[in-house]
Design a protein around this ligand. Structure first.
Ligand SMILES: Cc1cc2nc3c(=O)[nH]c(=O)nc-3n(C[C@H](O)[C@H](O)[C@H](O)COP(=O)(O)O)c2cc1C
Length: 375
């Protein structure tokens, strides 16, 4: 049980951002594709209504594609052209109206991009290879030329500029979940030769696409930048992600959020906060980087949130922010419920049972909690 004083001194502590802005608490809504943008990626009334209900210190939007060729899923937010700013502006206005800061998550999905959505014949990624897509189809991926990677890097910067024009307070780069920036880091996808600047055979080369995107965004806009990374993969060790994390700090990130290659697991099977062990290894390597650290993945109870924010008594193991995704699909104002319950001394965990039916609902037209809202 968490008492009210502890709750206020941990979860409700303000989060100070490097530019002096403050988030009102330590809970971030994790980036969550809601399948609610319009077919052309514009933010219309449906998605705006959904974002109006979410409460968190920082609300990270579902991923925005920075180039249309990098779209992976229907009704994903577009941040690829000037005309997108109008809808993005509505999005930040509704998020701000609830007292939350707004973060735009930017992505190019690389070899996970879906030709039937992007209208291109070819899917581009780090290397030539066959890759199964999210819809089960296997496609032939073509290696990006160096010029092409540089264009994508520029697209991140352009999308960041549009985001700031639209009122976003924070940029989150999506460096996780087998999408473009992660693919360059992961030798499963990156088989570029040793003489290529983005080579898959050194940590330097593998980190370059992510670090360059971060630097380009940093040069383009004056807002805090955070990066979501996987803490390991089949062949990438947490120690290697530690080396990447140090480079992200040097390139100007203020915060790194640790996720993993199977992001949406069931904590009933694998325990709460299921990326914690790998994240702790990474943190021990990047300890002196000056970064803030965030964790996402299967965090469901107020007790666990507080334990993570305090390091369970060891302040050097404490996380600065906690991200929640599925719990806020089911209960967008969960933070308010927990805060009210803290006053009574009895907090119930998130009602989300991690069934992942929300994904299927998204495929059918709109992400929602099927358990509690029905099909
Ligand atoms: C419907 C749905 C959409 C998601 N969309 C994104 C996304 O756009 N970007 C991202 O980084 N992660 C996305 N995720 C992963 C979540 O941000 C999070 O990492 C994962 O669900 C684990 O956290 P949780 O246990 O709090 O749900 C999505 C998850 C769900 C369930």
């Amino acid at each position: 049980m968490v008492d009210q004083e502890t709750w206020e001194n941990t979860v409700l502590q303000k989060l100070e951002l490097p530019n002096g802005m403050e988030a009102s608490n330590r809970i971030m809504r994790a980036a969550t594709w809601m399948g609610q943008a319009e077919e052309n990626g514009r933010c219309g009334d449906i998605i705006i209504e959904t974002y109006g209900k979410i409460r968190a210190g920082v609300v990270v939007t579902g991923f925005h594609y920075v180039m249309h060729e990098g779209q992976t899923i229907p009704r994903m937010i577009s941040n690829s052209k000037p005309q997108d700013v109008e809808g993005l502006k509505r999005l930040t206005e509704i998020i701000h109206s609830s007292g939350c800061l707004a973060a735009a998550q930017l992505v190019h999905c690389g070899s996970q991009s879906l030709p039937k959505l992007t209208g291109t014949d070819v899917v581009f990624g780090p290397s030539d290879m066959e890759v199964p897509q999210s819809d089960g189809e296997v496609v032939q991926v073509k290696a990006m030329t160096v010029d092409h990677v540089e264009n994508v890097t520029q697209a991140y910067a352009d999308a960041a500029k549009r985001s700031v024009e639209a009122g976003f307070d924070v940029i989150e780069l999506h460096g996780a979940h087998h999408y473009g920036l992660w693919q360059f880091f992961d030798p499963t996808y990156n088989k570029r030769p040793e003489d290529d600047p983005y080579t898959g055979s050194t940590i330097e080369g593998r980190s370059k696409a992510m670090v360059d995107a971060l630097r380009a965004v940093k040069n383009a806009v004056d807002v805090p930048i955070q990066v979501k990374v996987d803490s390991s993969s089949k062949i990438v060790t947490p120690e290697e992600v530690g080396e990447l994390t140090k480079r992200l700090a040097e390139a100007g990130a203020y915060c790194v959020i640790f996720s993993g290659p199977k992001p949406a697991q069931n904590p009933k099977n694998v325990g709460e906060a299921y990326f914690l062990d790998d994240a702790m290894v990474i943190r021990s390597i990047a300890r002196d980087s000056g970064l803030l650290f965030g964790l996402v993945g299967g965090i469901r109870s107020p007790e666990t949130v507080v334990k993570l924010l305090t390091g369970d008594g060891n302040s050097t193991a404490a996380f600065d922010v906690i991200q929640l995704s599925r719990p806020l699909i089911s209960e967008p104002a969960l933070l308010h419920r927990w805060t009210e319950e803290a006053k009574t001394g009895k907090q119930e965990p998130a009602r989300c049972i991690s069934c992942n039916s929300c994904f299927g609902a998204g495929d059918r037209g709109k992400v929602k909690c099927v358990q509690f809202e029905g099909e």
